[in-house]
Design a protein around this ligand. Sequence first.
Ligand code: C5P
Length: 397
Amino acid sequence: MAHLFKRNVLLGVTGGIAAYKSAELIRQLQLLGANVRVIMTHGAREFITPLTLQALSGNPVHTELLDEQAEQGMGHIELARWADLLLIAPATADLLARLATGRADDLLTTTALATAAPLLVAPAMNQQMWRDQATTDNIATLATRGVHLVGPAAGEQACGDVGPGRMEEPTIIAAAAAGLFQSGLLAGKRVVITAGPTREAMDPVRYISNHSSGKMGYALAQAAVDAGASTTLVSGPVNVPVPDGVHKVSVESAEQMLDQCQALLGECDIFIACAAVADYRPASIEQHKIKKGAEQLTLELVRNPDIVAAVANSAQAPFTVGFAAETNDVLSYARDKMQRKGLDMIVANDVSDQNIGFNSDQNAVTVMWSDGEQALPCASKNSIATQIVALIAQNKP
Ligand code: C5P
């Protein structure tokens, strides 16, 4: 069933009588697993209070574009980056006109321009306003820009008219929002994803590891399942919930991760190496806990196998995607790494930027393949994952 598990839905509410249904819509989105934040226009606040939508969403409601306080917290750029989906319900005729002309004269329209997330609108207006040529033209313009539409429904209206223009029911809008993430782009494909850190044991109680949170790998697993793939995560120890429908194989060391990946190779069309594999492991694991004593302790390390290179160079190599975390000359090092390891695609990210990467919920990357590349600007890891999966589907032969 379509869901919005862990998706960040930014709900824009504009000034129509259907705004009272936004309260129920928040509930429906949450029932499907979404995190919801709300932007209200000034008109919307004439119909329903921010307090109601704040209590239901569990987050402060955003209303002002030019507000020092708001910009210090979550301003329009932060909201735009946070969103996996911008859903505007109800969307008035005025809002549709402002979107169609690209205006940025309040917080909602400015955020709509600033976000890379998909946009879904649920129009609500008088039937004659909906039928007006200006509204028809605006809807057509928005459709050419990839804006998704749900409704309007037809029937009796608040003003007494009967016809098309009623906002679609909240359950139907929430289902349409969820449906946008079920692309089917990888239907029938088998995807294996490595994620998280590895732990390299020194003795029975100690290990060498790193700070990888696993969030990016798990977001990719979610995106792969949503795209219709049968998906397996080979994961080091992390604290991230396993997305519904994903099969998880837990490992600790790099050698265990390699063994499990090789065992899955016969059933794998696409391999994505997102794990932060330790490059070295202790040359031997002490049988007993190493005792404290000498002032200095020397630990001998040996190189770990390169899992993604082994997969890419295997006899039945799947379409293989690696990651490259770099601090300088990011793109040239990443392209070099792609060629050296024999990969089909590489996702380069600049880890010198503290706001993205390892433990953050956001990322900004450039995806590179043999004869092309695409930059994906800063967005939630879920949104980046969905975009990476779409690029894999486009490039996989
Ligand atoms: O060589 P480097 O560690 O920078 O390469 C990063 C890419 O290689 C990532 O995709 C990572 O998952 C993969 N990798 C691996 N096995 C290793 C080291 C890195 O699969 N031992």
